[in-house]
Structures are given as structure tokens and as C-alpha cells.
Design a protein around this ligand. Structure first.
Ligand code: PLP
Length: 397
């Protein structure tokens, strides 16, 4: 593997086939993919309809010069805009979540002619640029990443407690904020969802002060958080929505979605943005296909029962090394605590290896001390049963 830069660590197996919730290695061993790749294949790997539509597009046109559009790009845009529960009327297709987040934040900066970005403490918004500097993975601008209450109750008093923090931040920076960037459920940060009242209060403050709400739906979008989009958890209307990952179900396509009345505030020179594969027809064909599958197979509606099954099971676990279980939609986090002389890290790595051995790919974050399950939204009932059995077996320490 030395021919590959070690930008991260790699498991000593090679994968060469995938279908539905499963991935196979080169020795023919199969694994239930409870990370959905990188949380991308909400429809399962190689969904036959998406593969069919990609092949069709491959035979027609996959790429073109920036000065031209294609019919499939317009169709994909129309289908995706219709997929939203509230009205947006314009978008562009890009390639990665980070790229789309950078675009979304810069769009807000240009519209407001302001520079500062407000985010929450455990957000992960991207691998570089402002998206990274507003994430927990960077120490930059940390004073503008505010802590938040975790609460599912509508009648809570969280806001009373946290209001001074928010008010303090706004007192100092309100005229400088270009946007509030929200990851509706902080997934890589530890599976945390902030209190609804708290989020609604910040959103009101930011909009009253002339800033925009930019929602990072790269992970929570396309049904992952139990709704089509994670922002529906808070009943807010964002100005800009960013999609990635599951939008392409494994193919690298992302999008920023907004309204033309915001676009019209920018001159063509301010709006100018070009990269080689923006709006490419192959990515557009994938988006159109993915949205069609969501609609026709009622993916979000049908995922609810599966989510409940997994939730009921995980919440019934009562092992001494489990500190807490958190879940929102098809996003499950198991917080680990030291047990029997083992550190959290030892427990997490032990489980990761045992699951691998048992034919299950799980997610984990040693620094944040949790393991994670984000299987495809259309995971089969028999696969849920297999997962449950193996969790019981592996957790018998
Ligand atoms: C919430 C969120 N935003 C942005 C990104 C960045 O997306 P990408 O890795 O496609 O650049 C990620 C990736 O994990 C993410 O989880």
C-alpha cells in the first residue's frame, strides 16, 4: 500500500464489490456496511436504478465546457428543488461537501459584505477553508463556536440558561456576522442535536441582524436524520442549504440551494465561480436518479420503522462500558466509558476489530470516545437482525 500517501490509516483488507448494505473484500468475505461508505449511500451501495441511470448517461455525455448546460442538469435541478418541503428556486451542483460549504459561506459573506461566521461547538463543516476553521477540528475562531443545550423537549428552559451566551456573542459581533452555519445533528462531533428553542433563537437573531442561515445538510440531508432534511427538526427556513454525500449515493456530487432574490443581490463578478466539473451531466444524472428513488421508493417514510427497530434495540442495551446512547434518525452514537481496566480507546478499537472480524463495518472516533452506526436507510429487516445478534455477541466482554 506504499504507493498511496498515508493521509489517514487504512485497514489491511482491500474491497472490490458492493451491493445494497454489503461490501465484499478481495477474499470474498462480506461486511454489513454500517457506515454507508462515508455516510454517502443512503440508498445502499450500487442501487440498481442509480447505476442504470449512470450507465445511460455515460453513453450520452459526461462532461462539457463551463459555458454550456445540458438538459439532464436542468432536469436534476428541477427535481431536487421540488424535493424540498419549502420553496427554493436556484442551485448549483459542485463535487464535495467541503466545496459546497465553502461556496455557501462565501455566498453569505458576499451578500452581507461581512466576514464572520457563527457555528456550534461540535460542528464539522468541512476539510479546509472557512468550513474547517468554523469546525471543532480547528482552533481558529473558537470564540464564535458556541456551546448548546441538548434537549428534545418543547417546554424546556434551556434558552433561559443559554440566552446570555448567545446575547453576549451577538452584542460583540452581530454587525459582523455573515451567517450562522448549522450542522443540524453534529455527527462526526459525537451525535449531538441542539435544543430546538435555542436554534430558533439564534436563527431569529442572525436574520434580524442581517445575516443568513446556512445549513450544512451534507450528512443529515437526504433522509439521514429522520426527515428529508435535518433543518426540519427545528422548523426553520434556511437561506442557503448545502447538500453532499447521499445526494450522489456514492458518486461525488454536491449542491448549494438558495433563492434567486438572494442571487440578485450579487453582481455577475461577485457570483462568478468556476471549476472543471461543476454542473457536469454525469453528476446531474445521478442527482436526478437519487431524488427519483427517494420519491418512488418512499425512502424517508419507510426508514422510520427500521430506525425505530434499531433504536429500541440499542436503547435496551445495558452494558457497563456504555456511558450513553444517542440517536437521531438513522444516526446512532454509543458513548464508551472505561471498563474492567480497559481505557475507552482500548474498548473502541477492540470492538472495531471484533465487528470487522464478524463482518460488520462500524464507525468510531477514539478522541470523541464513541462508536457510530449509520447504515443505509433501506437496510433490510434481516440485516437489522444480523446486526443485533452480532452487537450482542461482540458486546459480551
Ligand atoms: C456535516 C459535514 N459537512 C461537510 C462535510 C465535508 O464533506 P466532504 O467530505 O464531502 O468534503 C462533511 C464530511 O464528513 C460533513 O459531515
Amino acid at each position: 500500500m506504499n504507493q498511496i500517501l498515508k493521509t489517514n490509516s487504512f485497514e489491511p483488507i482491500l474491497l472490490n464489490k458492493a451491493e445494497g448494505s454489503w461490501i465484499w473484500d478481495t477474499h470474498g468475505k462480506k461486511y454489513l456496511d454500517c457506515e454507508s461508505g462515508m455516510w454517502c449511500v443512503n440508498l445502499g451501495h450500487n442501487h440498481p436504478r442509480v447505476i442504470h441511470d449512470m450507465k445511460k448517461q455515460l453513453n450520452e455525455i459526461i462532461h462539457r465546457n463551463k459555458g454550456f448546460l445540458t438538459p439532464i442538469t436542468l432536469e436534476a435541478a428541477e427535481e431536487l428543488l421540488k424535493f424540498f418541503p419549502n420553496k427554493y428556486d436556484t442551485l448549483t451542483f459542485l463535487n464535495s461537501g467541503t466545496e459546497a460549504m465553502e461556496f455557501g459561506i462565501n455566498f453569505a459573506k458576499k451578500i452581507t459584505k461581512r466576514k464572520r461566521v457563527l457555528s456550534l461547538q461540535d460542528s464539522y463543516l468541512g476539510a479546509y477553508g472557512t468550513a474547517k476553521s468554523s469546525s471543532y477540528t480547528s482552533s481558529e475562531d473558537s470564540k464564535l463556536r458556541i456551546p448548546y443545550p441538548l434537549c428534545d423537549s418543547e417546554q424546556c428552559n434551556c434558552l433561559e440558561i443559554y440566552q446570555p451566551i448567545i446575547d453576549d456573542v451577538f452584542q460583540n459581533y452581530s454587525s459582523e456576522f455573515a451567517c450562522f452555519v448549522l450542522e443540524p445533528v453534529m455527527v462526526s462531533g459525537g451525535v449531538y442535536k441542539p435544543c430546538k428553542q435555542f436554534i430558533r433563537y439564534i436563527c431569529e437573531k442572525i436574520q434580524n441582524s442581517g445575516g443568513l442561515i446556512v445549513i450544512d445538510e451534507v450528512t443529515t440531508g437526504m433522509g439521514r436524520a429522520g426527515y428529508k432534511f435535518g433543518y426540519q427538526l427545528f422548523e426553520i427556513i434556511p437561506d442557503v442549504v448545502v447538500l453532499g454525500k447521499a445526494l450522489g449515493n456514492g458518486y461525488p456530487v454536491s449542491a448549494i440551494i438558495t433563492n434567486s432574490f438572494l442571487e440578485s443581490k450579487l453582481t455577475p463578478a461577485e457570483l462568478y465561480y468556476v471549476q472543471s466539473h461543476q454542473l457536469d451531466p454525469l453528476g446531474a444524472a445521478v442527482v436526478k436518479s437519487v431524488v427519483n428513488v427517494f420519491n418512488e421508493e418512499k425512502i424517508v417514510e419507510r426508514s422510520k420503522e427500521k430506525i425505530q427497530k434499531l433504536k429500541d434495540f440499542l436503547w435496551s442495551l445495558d452494558q457497563p462500558f456504555i456511558k450513553e446512547i444517542r440517536s437521531y434518525g438513522m444516526i446512532f452514537g454509543i458513548q464508551i466509558q472505561p471498563y474492567n481496566g480497559m481505557t475507552r480507546e482500548e474498548i473502541i478499537l477492540k470492538f472495531k476489530n471484533q465487528f470487522l472480524e464478524a463482518g460488520i463495518l462500524i464507525g468510531y472516533n477514539v478522541n470523541r470516545e464513541f462508536i457510530r452506526l449509520l447504515p443505509p436507510l433501506n437496510i433490510q429487516d434481516s440485516e437489522i437482525e444480523f446486526l443485533k445478534e452480532e452487537i450482542i455477541r461482540v458486546f459480551e466482554v
